[in-house]
Write a protein that binds this ligand. Structure first.
Ligand SMILES: *Cc1c(COP(=O)(O)O)cnc(C)c1O
Length: 356
């Protein structure tokens, strides 16, 4: 088998969708599979998650790839569309549209009655990225209700810090949204992964999990294991060299790692050219032949040095797990000044994806 390899476990994806439903049993699930399903492969992930109630993508091209791949479930364009050309394509593919700006309302008003779009009106409750303002909300909703190009209307907002324990801003966002939308008998959607885990009041008619579907914890201090999630992607490679270094010798570019004692170094065939981020620091966890070991020195483009001194009988050809089963991606992210989202999204084209 070629390496590096990202092995994707369809049963883990389904297991994690079931975990979402345990957290939010009364909610429908809009499974978020933008950015190539967080690097896992958008079409096969959608097939594995075919019991989700709908799929969410960021760009129209992602939605079209799903339709071309045989996905017939509802697909929501989470940013809506940005031209009449895209609006026509969205009609032909029967996409649902997030409407987050007055410009998009006007576009629908000018579209005529040839197609009725189900829309998700997005309200800005403090993220200040997308969404109509609370002041615009009533007027926009009335305009959509009388628009010939609009079918069913749902309401949504997005939380900016649901993973922060006791976040005052999150409580305020949820409270404001629920108050502004109370009594409208329209479906509402608030929660991303962290929101649906940590904020019971955010489990409205629809939840919108992304990260947790891939078996990664969205909550600092709570492991995927504790949350009942299984990693869907395991990134592996092999050792292609093993060498001894004596105490004080440097390893890798700029010799930023120096052997604290006579050590054994394994060279793993993976680097930032594969998506194993260059800013992963020495000490980041890996598994070599199922034994814990750590990164030593700078990640290069195609290779990463591993301190295998304490791995019994480490040798060329040994398997190396960079993240996934046994090495949570969020732990690796903490050694790279980033979040697990960025790591899994960043898997390069040259990494072979294998489905299990
Ligand atoms: C990406 C995204 C989500 C999913 O967020 P996770 O933190 O990955 O669960 C939900 N809603 C919107 C609007 C998004 O853009």
């Amino acid at each position: 088998m070629s390496f590096p390899t990202a092995t994707i476990d369809a049963s883990a994806l389904r297991h994690n969708l079931a975990a979402v439903r345990r957290f939010a049993p009364a909610s429908k699930v809009l499974a978020v599979i933008k950015a190539n399903a967080y690097g896992h492969g958008i079409v096969p992930v959608a097939h594995a998650l075919d019991s989700a109630d709908a799929f969410g993508v960021a760009r129209i091209g992602e939605g079209l790839a799903l339709r071309a791949g045989g996905i017939t479930r509802p697909i929501v364009l989470l940013e809506g569309v940005f031209s009449n050309d895209e609006l026509q394509q969205a009609a032909a593919a029967n996409f649902e549209l997030v409407v987050h700006s007055l410009a998009q309302v006007e576009q629908l008003e000018q579209a005529g009655a040839a197609h009725r779009f189900d829309v998700w009106l997005k309200l800005n409750t403090g993220m200040n990225r997308l969404g109509v303002t609370p002041a615009e909300f009533d007027e926009v909703r009335r305009r959509l209700q009388t628009c010939a190009a609009v079918g069913r209307i749902r309401l949504m907002t997005h939380l900016f810090g649901a993973e922060e324990a006791g976040g005052v801003g999150t409580r305020q966002q949820i409270g404001d949204f629920l108050a502004m939308t109370a009594g409208m008998s329209l479906d509402r959607s608030v929660a991303n992964s962290a929101g649906l885990i940590a904020w019971p009041e955010a489990r409205t008619e629809w939840v919108r999990p992304g990260l947790m579907l891939y078996g990664i914890s969205p909550i600092p201090g709570q492991s995927a294991d504790q949350l009942g999630l299984r990693p869907a992607m395991t990134l592996t490679t092999q050792l292609i060299a093993v060498r001894r270094v004596t105490r004080g010798e440097g390893v890798g570019y700029n010799a930023i790692w120096r052997a604290p004692k006579d050590s054994l170094i394994g060279i793993a065939a993976i680097g930032y050219g594969d998506g194993y981020a260059r800013n992963v620091r020495s000490g980041a966890p890996v598994l070599v032949n199922s034994h814990p070991a750590t990164v030593a020195g700078r990640v290069s483009m195609d290779m990463t040095a591993i301190d295998v001194t304490d791995v019994p009988d480490a040798k060329i050809g040994d398997s190396v797990v960079l993240w996934g089963e046994g090495v949570p991606a969020d732990r690796v992210a903490s050694y790279a000044d980033t979040i697990a989202y960025e790591l899994v999204c960043g898997i390069a084209q040259r990494v072979t994806r294998v489905w299990r």
